[in-house]
Design a protein around this ligand. Structure first.
Ligand SMILES: [Zn+2]
Length: 342
């Protein structure tokens, strides 16, 4: 059984794995897919993709299955093979299938892949592109519904071909994301972000099946307010901020999971500070210059109280600011934002 099991490793940067948060119950929304907070691209972005090796037939599969997401989410893929593309795909058959999650891809050195498609069975490429747009594993949903027989899972994953130690198995399979680290709640057994697990791996003898197409809830989730809605604010409708404006710009997250997008122009090189104030706990990300996907920095609470603040040396150019609620119960509220040159 085990030798047929292909486990995809979520590559999440250690700072996020280690990030300690209070555990809170999420609102009881019946959203199914899950996304770690703070890994989403700006709504309406075009993500560039580069193939690092691979054959034309492999490229065609990757392109087709990436399209399953862009048909429903407000994101586009541009397969332009740019050296510094946002998503860089290797096809190393000895390295399994994996991807970094969402904007974490931007932290990987440009010469290295952000995704590996060592095999392309079924919906593997769609699954990995799901990670690349910010989705995590469905079996790691806080409401996963899988009653793991931990001893069996650890024993089986220690065998060929995985040879995982207990810690690796705990991280990749058993450990669940805490409720406040993810968007979405209830478990979707049809999600493409779920992997096949045999019934012997659970205490109640209920395993999972492997899914090769997007489930209707996958589609609904990525097109929803928490991910990439067609009706939401996009990079092309971002609100302009004036640098060193006299007043702070008032804003509000009106729907659970919604993001706000702002843009500003740095008219000269210098040190700039973007910060938020107010009762709403937000995650702040800065992109640019002249790029909607080049992540410069992110922050959730280094400002006053639990406000977010980013200070960065910027060259003259256009920049984007993404604000999302830090998915605590309620998930909405007012805040203000300001950018100033020091
Ligand atoms: Zn995966």
């Amino acid at each position: 059984m085990t030798d047929r099991l292909k486990i995809c490793i979520d590559r999440v940067l250690p700072r996020n794995v280690m990030r300690l948060q209070l555990s809170r119950r999420g609102p009881d929304h019946r959203m199914r897919a899950i996304s770690p907070i703070g890994t989403l691209w700006m709504n309406g972005s075009t993500l560039s993709v580069r193939f690092m090796g691979g054959a034309a037939a492999q490229h065609a599969v990757a392109r087709e299955q990436a399209g399953w997401w862009s048909q429903v989410a407000n994101l586009k893929f541009d397969f332009n093979n740019a050296p510094n593309a946002d998503i860089r795909i290797a096809f190393n058959p000895d390295d399994g299938a994996w991807s970094w999650i969402g904007t974490e891809c931007r932290a990987i050195p440009v010469g290295q892949p952000t995704m590996n498609l060592g095999f392309l069975d079924g919906g593997t490429a769609a699954h990995e592109f799901g990670h690349a747009i910010g989705l995590a594993h469905e079996h790691q949903s806080p409401q996963g519904g899988l009653a793991w027989n931990e001893a069996v899972v650890i024993r089986e994953m220690a065998k060929s071909p995985n040879f995982w130690d207990e810690q690796t198995t705990r991280h990749n399979i058993l450990q669940k994301y805490r409720m406040d680290q993810v968007n979405g709640t209830a478990f979707d057994p049809a999600s493409i972000m779920l992997y096949f697990f045999p019934p012997e791996w659970t205490l109640n003898g209920v395993g999972t099946r492997e899914n090769h197409v997007l489930s209707s809830l996958d589609k609904k989730f990525v097109a929803g307010a928490k991910m990439y809605p067609r009706t939401g604010t996009t990079v092309s409708t971002a609100t302009a901020l004036e640098v060193n404006a006299k007043r702070r710009t008032q804003a509000s997250i009106g729907k659970v999971g919604e993001e706000d997008l702002f843009r500003f122009t740095a008219d000269r090189d210098g040190r700039y500070v973007v910060d938020t104030r107010g009762p709403t706990d937000v995650v702040l990300k800065l992109f640019g210059p002249g790029s909607e996907t080049a992540l410069i920095a992110e922050d959730d609470d280094s400002g006053v109280d639990s406000n977010a603040r980013i200070a960065a040396n910027l060259i003259a150019g256009g920049y984007f600011v993404q604000v999302r609620h830090y998915n605590r119960a309620g998930g909405m509220g007012n805040y203000s934002v300001k950018v100033r040159r020091m």
